[in-house]
Design a protein around this ligand. Structure first.
Ligand SMILES: Cc1ncc(COP(=O)(O)O)c(C=O)c1O
Length: 385
């Protein structure tokens, strides 16, 4: 299916809504049946029917159809946040007594799900360094049901070899789930590598404007319908029609934004790798990166996130660098129009847990601004180091 068709036409039955170019926000909690027979039919086919908005809503359905097509999946189901989508996908694959192998250092709340939440329900989790697929194989036990990936990985952007991990999963009769938020559905399609379920935080690139939250799970019709009937309907973490509408609007410009972000990020990374005050740039699409070949195989283009190790032993200098940036907002998340930094130094306190990442690591996200404008800003802030 062509990208232009998916983004502009698929799922939009405009004749049903006065040929309006933008879809309506169907802000309704429920839908009336015309007769008892009609209601009976709706009840029997709820995964497809419009009966109640906690199940299906036509505005949300448009979004689901488009993202499923972008990922090459049969079907998709939208949630109110990325982590709701991650949690529902994972919970749909495990029962008490099962074991999960998960990539080390996933997104913070995925980490909490794996380390603190699943064990409460008798699900055991092993975290592995995902840069070598054999680590997944070596962690598999008789009760392993699920291999979980996030590629590129949070903060340091290591990749997992998706096809190799899928092959290991199939040998051992395990399912695979990948969080594909970092790449976006434009730059990486894991279903083509055989992954069972692909998850996105739509809050990031898909929304693209830092003004809405959402999540989605893509997979086979059978698996998605099973999630609908169990995790989706009981946990109720649905996406509102208004947020779905904002995410559809975000999708219209997704490829254009990703192209601009990729080009700008290359320029900023080029500047940083040559800078004497930068020790290292974590960015898999650098030709010097140990996983460069794999990155080229899996990713169509680079994205806007990378992290930088500043050349200093002094946390105060890292703080001064971050505080001096004028055109980067200091914030969590990423994927919007605005460039951001997220300094690990903020997690260092005089008391409490010691973070596993170094204090001189700063995560960057490059937005839609002129890259030269951003480079000038970084250049002047690096004077603090
Ligand atoms: C890789 C990744 N997955 C999932 C999430 C969770 O998404 P949300 O904040 O939409 O719940 C995030 C959020 O930062 C993320 O970075």
């Amino acid at each position: 299916m062509e990208l232009s068709y998916i983004l502009n036409e698929l799922g939009e039955d405009r004749e049903l809504y006065f040929n309006a170019v933008a879809p309506p926000i169907l802000q309704t909690s429920n839908f009336a049946a015309r007769s008892v027979a009609d209601l009976r039919h709706m009840l029997q086919h709820e995964p497809e029917a419009h009966l109640y908005t906690r199940g299906n809503n036509p505005t949300v359905t448009i979004l689901e159809k488009k993202i499923a097509a972008l990922e090459g999946a049969e079907h998709a189901i939208a949630f109110g946040s990325g982590i709701a989508a991650v949690s529902a996908a994972v919970l749909s694959q495990v029962n008490t007594g099962d074991h999960v192998v998960c990539v080390k250092k996933p997104y913070t709340w995925t980490n909490t799900l794996m380390k603190r939440f699943l064990p409460r329900f008798g699900v055991e989790v092993t975290m592995v360094d995902g840069t070598d697929p054999e680590n997944y194989r070596n962690a598999i036990k008789l009760n392993t049901r699920l291999l979980y990936l996030e590629s590129p990985n949070s903060y340091t952007f290591e990749l997992q070899d998706i096809a190799a991990v899928v092959a290991i999963a199939k040998e051992h009769n395990c399912k695979t789930i990948i969080d594909n938020s970092f790449a976006s559905p434009v730059n990486q399609n894991p279903i083509a590598f055989g992954v069972d379920l692909v998850v996105h935080s739509c809050t990031k690139y898909i929304g693209g404007h830092s003004d809405t939250m959402g999540g989605i799970v893509c997979g086979s019709r059978e698996t998605i319908n099973r999630i609908f009937e169990r995790e989706y309907m009981t946990l109720g973490a649905i996406l509102s029609p208004h947020d779905a509408w904002l995410l559809i609007r975000g999708l219209r410009t997704l490829p254009v934004r990703m192209e601009r972000i990729a080009a700008s990020t290359s320029k900023v990374v080029d500047f940083l790798v040559k800078h004497p005050k930068v020790e290292k740039v974590h960015f898999p699409l650098l030709s010097s990166h140990p996983q460069y070949n794999l990155a080229q195989k899996q990713l169509r283009n680079n994205t806007g996130q990378f992290s930088v190790l500043l050349k200093t032993e002094n946390i105060k200098k890292v703080e001064a660098f971050c505080d001096r940036l004028q055109h980067f907002l200091m914030a969590a998340s990423w994927g919007g129009h605005e460039s951001l930094i997220y300094p690990i130094a903020a997690s260092y306190t005089d008391h409490g847990l010691k973070p596993t990442l170094p204090f001189n690591l700063v995560r960057f996200y490059i937005g839609l601004e002129d890259p030269e404008y951003l480079i000038r800003d970084i250049e002047q802030a690096l004077e603090e180091i």
